[in-house]
Design a protein around this ligand. Sequence first.
Ligand SMILES: [Cu+2]
Length: 180
Amino acid sequence: MIVRLASPKIAIRGRSVLSLLKAGPLCLAIALSLSASRATLADPADGSPVIEVDQVIDVRAASAFDMFRFKPGLLRVPVGKRIRFLNMRGQHTVVSLRKMWPKDVPTIHLDNMSDSIIRFNKPGVYPLTCKVHGRHGMVMLVAVGDTFPNLEEAKAGIPGGMAGKRMRMLIDELEGKTSQ
Ligand SMILES: [Cu+2]
């Protein structure tokens, strides 16, 4: 399988992935070739399978809130883990929720990428939304490590509307206030 950088399509605070690589990024995004197979990828760090997040449109859902989703909504991973973002159905994006994002970590912006890998190298909570469907509550939370230095700050930046509703549910789940 050919893996290539598609830096023109990925901008993290306006800089290309290649320039981030040179700068020693905290988040590393690699877009896989569109022709890449769906075969499970191995994490080069330890050979374990790369964790996958899908962006789904469930046409059988009773409401928009349930129709447009990241799957899973809450994802807990160890520091340094790679996450593969799939976008198999629909025109989705993966974008940092800036008001909740750790101040010292470059934000993420993937537009309509079918298959991308992002590595999270610092403990914390990383809230992501889809620009297109965020208003329906299409947000997710990546929780990296065992402690989350920016959690309280992130809570203060929870957006309104359906996105905020889902984000509060995810944070409650993270903090063990629900049993999902
Ligand atoms: Cu979407």
